[in-house]
Design a protein around this ligand. Structure first.
Ligand code: IMP
Length: 424
């Protein structure tokens, strides 16, 4: 592995980044989150223990690793405290190795409320957000009325901001009591958590530069996936942050040379939660089988995920916009029992064949996938520990993907447990 690696999702999130990050974290000194918030749900299996982390970098479960949360994240302070408590009860000590940018924007209770009121208002055309207040928190950030971590310690400033911004968030959506949020209660709750957060505050950009200069290895942990990127994904059916490599630079305050390698995580088939175009979606028995065998239910919301065949058009886009050189293919074992497996190699749109994502999402909703059909391998891959030993049809499937994308496969995951991994 190169020294400083970024791991990004290449589909609609839920690619299995948690496991990949967890494996790479063993060799890293520092693990950082740079965007998103508690909308993420990174599932990690550690021995018999299962963790779902939403905010804290997955690397935290490795003793001695430094974990940082950058300014690009929107941080739910109460969610963070819950996560810290959960780790404590599991015997994981975070003392002195978890730090957060003082410039991080906070997700307030009124952001969550606005998120659900807004979704309700959209009715059937809703985005299907995770209701974690992510969109409203980023909206306040870019509108320059966010409350940042450092504001918690300037009490008059905090009170003034709360009074004005909470009202602005709820008025439009007609929140409870005519949009009058209980700011005093929020203030009091924030004062409870402020002393716990204070020692965690840092300047992540400076910390990372120090680590880099000291020759430490940094692992950048992306959340969600390329197709949910607010600029480059299936807008407006996207999240509100840059889930691609650019998000790491601005979300941490680092230059491009601080990243040596980009690893894209690709699930061996496709899933999506929430609304929006999904050209290879299956609404038949095969789709149901992918959901059942793959346990495709949201780690954050528990919602059943939409499922479909692998889409190379999506992956070409994801690899290009991220500069992906290597991919980690996850959940290969879910395909073990399929006689035939399809890969989407292009789309047909208005009678023409296209090989790249159209930027107008109205077009993406109308494309017809063009499939290439592969013979399945009809045998278990879960205990195989080398690429050479995989069934021939599985090797053909994987090699076709890598060749089309012009990338190398560096890792294949064949089960949730750490040891169910083929490292190439
Ligand atoms: P939000 O990020 O909660 O605003 O949700 C916007 C869209 O992104 C919705 O379709 C969500 O289902 C999706 N989304 C957000 N976070 C994740 C994730 O971690 N995995 C998969 N989908 C996500």
């Amino acid at each position: 592995m190169s020294k400083n690696v970024i791991v990004v999702g290449c589909q609609w999130g839920d690619e299995g980044k948690g496991k990949v990050v967890d494996l790479l974290a063993e060799k890293a000194d520092v693990i950082v989150r740079f965007q998103g918030g508690a909308n993420a749900g990174h599932t990690i299996l550690f021995g018999d223990k299962k963790f779902i982390l939403h905010l804290i970098p997955s690397g935290i479960i490795h003793p001695g690793k430094l974990c940082l949360i950058g300014n690009g994240v929107v941080l739910d302070p109460f969610g963070l405290i819950e996560e810290l408590d959960l780790l404590k009860t599991q015997g994981i000590d975070t003392e002195g190795r978890l730090f957060i940018s003082s410039a991080v924007n906070l997700v307030m209770p009124y952001h969550k409320l606005a998120d659900s009121l807004e979704e309700k208002k959209r009715g059937g055309d809703g985005i299907g957000t995770t209701l974690r207040g992510i969109g409203p928190a980023y909206r306040d950030k870019v509108s320059r009325r966010g409350i940042r971590l450092c504001d918690l310690y300037a009490h008059d400033r905090l009170k003034a901001k709360l009074n004005e911004y909470a009202r602005l968030n709820l008025e439009y959506f007609g929140g409870p009591d005519g949009g009058k949020p209980a700011t005093e209660e929020i203030y009091n709750d924030l004062m409870q958590v402020a002393p716990i957060l204070r020692p965690l505050m840092t300047d992540v950009s400076i910390e990372l530069q120090k680590c880099h200069r000291a020759g430490k290895s940094i692992l950048y942990e992306g959340a969600q996936g390329a197709m949910l990127d607010v600029d480059l994904g299936t807008y407006p059916f996207a999240t509100s942050s840059n889930t691609t490599v650019g998000g790491a630079l601005t979300g941490l305050g680092i230059g491009p040379k601080m990243i040596d390698e980009v690893i894209g995580v690709v699930k061996a088939y496709a899933t999506r939660v929430g609304s929006g175009p999904f050209p290879t979606e299956l609404q038949d028995e095969a789709g149901k089988k992918l959901r059942d065998v793959g346990g495709e239910y949201g780690a954050t919301t528990g919602r059943p995920r939409r499922t479909g065949w692998l889409d190379l058009v999506v992956l070409r886009h994801a690899c290009r916009i991220n500069g992906v050189e290597k991919i980690a293919v996850t959940k290969l074992d879910v395909l073990d029992d399929f006689r035939e497996i399809n890969i989407c190699v292009g789309y047909r749109l208005h009678g023409q064949d296209i090989s790249e994502i159209p930027l107008d999402m109205a077009d993406l909703s109308q494309v017809q996938p063009i499939y290439m059909t592969f013979h399945g391998w009809m045998s278990s891959t879960t205990d195989i520990d080398s690429f050479k030993l995989l069934p021939e049809n599985a090797r053909k499937y994987l090699s076709f993907i890598a060749d089309d994308l012009g990338v190398k496969i560096c890792l294949i995951s064949t089960g949730a447990k750490r040891e169910k991994t083929i490292v190439i």
